[in-house]
Design a protein around this ligand. Structure first.
Ligand code: FMN
Length: 208
């Protein structure tokens, strides 16, 4: 009787060992699959684009990019920024002209991009610059994730401090103390996609 009992016990343990081994094999097989983290990929591969085709991206895509902007973190969730989404050629050219005026030239600082998302933020909120900058970051990353090129174009502050800049806000019915943070230009990339410049030394100081 004892012999039979020992035999059953040994057989049971063998079965258990085999099943554990199989489980491990399954886990290992899953882990062998390359896990593509698209967020990480997008963070590392987004680049500033300075050459665009004339093609207007679909409105739904621009809306989704704007939505990503509205989900940026903001200090105390005050949501101080606003976005002026410009797909109108006349307004886009007007803003480009004002931007170039700040630099004292007549170039197109928007590099021919058909869309400009202007980020402004309420200066009464003490985190407005940080809030607006994060919105800019979200917009650029969302554009990249959606297959569009983008670039932060500066001088929004000066443009919306100017008389004509204020006039634009008034024409659009935007009231309040808004400061220009940045212009996120969007469009389809024309030509080769730029490579990232090497990262500087000593970016990160570890304290382990
Ligand atoms: C605050 C800020 C202002 C910028 N202003 C301009 C600009 O006016 N014109 C421009 O071509 N690029 C502008 N850029 C883009 C930078 O030149 C670009 O991010 C930098 O060269 C690194 O390249 P990358 O974005 O491809 O990594 C700006 C970027 C930031 C963050």
């Amino acid at each position: 009787m004892k012999k039979i009992y020992n035999f059953i016990l040994a057989a049971g343990m063998m079965l258990l060992a085999v099943s554990c081994q199989n489980e491990q094999t399954v886990t290992e097989t899953v882990n062998e699959e390359p896990q593509i983290n698209t967020t990480m990929e997008d963070l590392l591969t987004r680049r500033s684009i300075r050459q665009y085709t004339d093609e207007m991206p679909p409105m739904e895509v621009i809306e989704e990019i704007c939505k990503a902007g509205t989900y940026a973190a903001t200090g105390m969730n005050r949501q101080s920024p606003i976005i002026i989404a410009v797909t109108n050629r006349e307004m886009r050219d007007r803003m480009s002209r004002l931007n170039a005026q700040v630099m004292g030239n007549d170039s197109d600082p928007f590099y021919g991009a058909p869309v400009v998302l202007v980020v402004l933020a309420d200066k009464n909120v003490h985190t407005h610059v940080e809030d607006g900058s994060l919105v800019m970051g979200n917009l650029m990353l969302a554009a990249h994730a959606k297959g569009l090129g983008s670039c932060w174009i500066h001088r929004a502050k000066e443009v919306f401090e100017s008389e004509e800049g204020k006039q634009i806000l008034s024409e659009l019915g935007i009231e309040g103390d808004y400061v220009g943070v940045g212009n996120c230009i969007l469009g389809y990339v024309d030509g080769d996609y730029p490579e990232a410049k090497p990262r500087k030394e000593n970016w990160v100081y570890w304290v382990k």
